[in-house]
Ligand binder design. Structure first.
Ligand SMILES: Cc1cc2nc3c(=O)[nH]c(=O)nc-3n(C[C@H](O)[C@H](O)[C@H](O)COP(=O)(O)O)c2cc1C
Length: 211
């Protein structure tokens, strides 16, 4: 009886997990936590590049990229990027030709928000339409605290840490990337259907360099 009950609980848990990952979501493979170029080489190679090949990134590269940007790297849920008081008030949206996604660090999944290709809203420069992946760092300002100066300062810092991780991973993998402040934040907030208090900080297209 006890065995049958345990079996039922396991089956229900598995079904619930399946239910929460819909067909359009992208369950990323586990990130590769070893290998790559040395940190000193990555810092030496880090640069902004604005010429992208439109070719899609393989899921393993996408997985490693999201791990660099916002992955959980410790058992207690802390991440590859620091946040003030570990409040983790930053989320990352990902635009690709196949749609708009929200990165969920706990399940290492890209949760589909819409099937629309919204890359053109991720920045005013033409390369946003070309790069296969475009990230935007969104700060949840009230979760930082009530002091407005701190909200802006900390949200900018959080996006800075994440974007630098992405720069370094891109350097390791030979990818092109550039962090971008030139974007219509009000318009993008509408496209992303952000809640009051959430604000796009920077975007960052990533892809193979154009040949
Ligand atoms: C906060 C911030 C905002 C930026 N915004 C843009 C941008 O909107 N468009 C762009 O092409 N580059 C942008 N950049 C990239 C800088 O132009 C670039 O980092 C700088 O020219 C130095 O080049 P490097 O990154 O290759 O060292 C931004 C960089 C930072 C740090």
């Amino acid at each position: 009886m006890k065995k049958a009950l345990t079996g039922c609980v396991v089956a229900v848990a598995a079904l619930t997990a399946l239910w929460n990952v819909s067909a359009q979501d992208i369950k990323l493979p586990p990130p590769q936590k070893t290998g790559g170029k040395s940190l000193m080489e990555c810092m030496t190679l880090r640069k902004s590049s604005r010429n992208f090949d439109p070719k899609a990134l393989p899921s393993q590269i996408l997985s490693n990229l999201m791990y660099a940007a916002d992955g959980i790297n410790r058992k207690d849920g802390r991440k590859t990027v620091p946040t003030a008081r570990n409040f983790q008030p930053q989320t990352i949206y990902v635009a690709m030709a196949s749609g708009l996604y929200l990165y969920e660090p706990k399940t290492h999944t890209l949760k589909q928000i819409s099937k629309d290709d919204v890359r053109k809203y991720f920045g005013s420069q033409p390369f946003h339409k070309v790069a296969p992946v475009d990230l935007v760092y969104v700060g949840d300002l009230p979760r930082i605290g009530s002091n407005q100066a701190e909200q802006a300062l900390y949200a900018g810092n959080h996006a800075g840490y994440a974007s630098q991780n992405v720069y370094l991973y891109a350097a390791s993998e030979g990818l092109a990337t550039v962090v971008c402040g030139m974007l219509d934040r009000r318009q993008l907030a509408k496209i992303l259907k952000l809640r009051k208090g959430q604000w796009p900080i920077y975007s960052q297209p990533v892809g193979y360099p154009a040949k």
